[in-house]
Write a protein that binds this ligand. Structure first.
Ligand SMILES: [Mg+2]
Length: 434
């Protein structure tokens, strides 16, 4: 490969990485959490994000919730709210796209932007354009971002990590060697622990060590293509294209509803959860996906959460499977005499139905029967409106909604009378306990 040109930025690639993204979103949404140690992941018992306040105290995602509680009893632990995080992610992508159409939605808290050739358009340098985008993101979202501007994705990603939080690092082709000199090879995107051990056996300990290797050396050591590409990018070449397809895949389906007044009645709360599960499953079926993981939560009057995340033994979007599971686990979340104001469910690790593996023990046969019933339910909903037919376990929630609707009519609000009377269906093999 030829040495990179003397142009400081043959391509100008910017990487944006939200600082403590989930915890920061929680703090932006809820003033009471600002300035506090906030930990997300409460529903699964393992931290998914630690607020900057927590990081300053040395708390990290690698710790268990118990370790965090011991080290920092005042930490506020909240369940992950993936709906909110993904709304913020999409706002982040949209803001970046105002400056350039070339944006890769890399993950829920990261994106790449290609700003090559835009200097004239903005009458600004690449660093100034990257800074403009950073300011727009930070002021409009109320979050801070680590930002790196470099000649390609691998080096931009290393640059955005350089100073934390709220860092801004610009590295031209000519500045790369100095930047890579002190960077351990294992810190480079795409190089895991195993490959960094392998590379260190070849004498490569820093990112610069790899950048200094030539084609002959790479060939002689039969270095695999992904590592060759990393090597070229560390040298300043642009190899890895941005993936500009918006991420249309739905990562998770979340259904949650607040009810008022709050209630402590077990049956009513379970029914609310059941209704959310049904609605989440309707959405999953509409998108043709099955979940491999589910989480349930109850939100108290005091805005604390009691929740659980459960990996599923087989992928499903069947409400009966999930309601049965929720029923089995309900008492792990529910406390009598506590007032609850909302319930929620999140279907996660979604996969297309046709990629759903067949199981060995006949669960698919049961699913087959229940999927015929569900198809009929969807057809009725399609014809008569949402939730024309629902499971008996959700009845209390629907009755509550119906009562509320009537109350509103009495108070003079406009509300169309529903001429389809809601019906419940009794499906014996679904085995609903509630
Ligand atoms: Mg991040």
């Amino acid at each position: 490969m030829r040495p990179p040109s003397d142009n400081p930025f043959p391509r100008a690639i910017v990487h944006f990485d939200g600082d403590s993204f989930f915890a920061s979103v929680e703090q932006t949404m809820n003033q009471a959490l600002r300035g506090k140690v906030v930990i997300t992941g409460g529903e699964r018992g393992a931290p998914t994000s630690v607020s900057l306040e927590g990081k300053k105290l040395g708390l990290g995602r690698g710790m268990s919730m118990q370790q965090i509680r011991e080290r920092c009893p005042e930490a506020v632990i909240v369940p992950s709210d993936y709906t909110a995080y993904s709304i913020y992610a999409h706002r982040m992508y949209r803001i970046a796209r105002r400056f350039t159409p070339k944006v890769e939605e890399y993950s829920i808290d990261e994106c790449f932007a290609d700003i090559t050739g835009l200097e004239e358009h903005y009458h600004a340098s690449y660093a100034e354009i990257a800074m403009m985008i950073k300011r727009a993101l930070e002021t409009e979202l109320g979050l801070t971002f680590g930002v790196g501007l470099a000649p390609n994705k691998v080096t931009a990603k290393a640059a955005s990590k350089h100073r934390k939080p709220a860092g801004f690092t610009v590295i031209s082709v000519q500045e790369l060697p100095a930047f890579l000199r002190d960077l351990p090879i294992g810190k480079i995107w795409g190089i895991g622990t195993a490959s960094s051990i392998e590379l260190s056996k070849l004498g490569i300990r820093t990112a610069l060590d790899l950048a200094l290797k030539d084609d002959a050396w790479l060939a002689a050591h039969s270095v695999a293509k992904p590592y060759r590409e990393i090597c070229y990018e560390l040298q300043g070449h642009f190899i890895r294209e941005l993936n500009l397809e918006p991420d249309c895949e739905i990562g998770s389906i979340i259904k949650s509803r607040t009810f008022s007044p709050p209630s402590s009645r077990r049956e009513f709360i379970f029914s609310q959860l059941s209704k959310n599960i049904e609605n989440a499953c309707i959405k999953a079926r509409r998108h043709g996906v099955h979940a491999r993981e589910v989480s349930f939560y109850l939100k108290t009057q005091q805005f604390t959460y009691h929740g659980l995340a459960v990996p599923l033994s087989f992928p499903t979007a069947s409400p009966s499977d999930l309601i049965r599971l929720a029923s089995d686990m309900f008492d792990k979340m529910y406390r009598p005499n506590v007032l609850y104001r909302a319930t929620g469910v999140s279907l996660r690790a979604l996969i297309p139905v046709d990629e759903s593996p067949l199981d060995l023990f006949g669960q698919s046969a049961v699913n087959e029967r229940s999927s015929q019933v569900l198809e009929a339910v969807d057809a009725l909903d399609h014809r008569y409106g949402a939730n024309t037919v629902f499971l008996a376990s959700s009845m209390k929630a629907f009755a509550f909604k119906e009562r509320k609707r009537r109350d509103h009519t009495v108070r003079g609000r406009l509300s169309l009378p529903s001429d389809i009377s809601k019906k419940t269906i009794d499906i014996p093999f679904l085995g609903l306990a509630h």
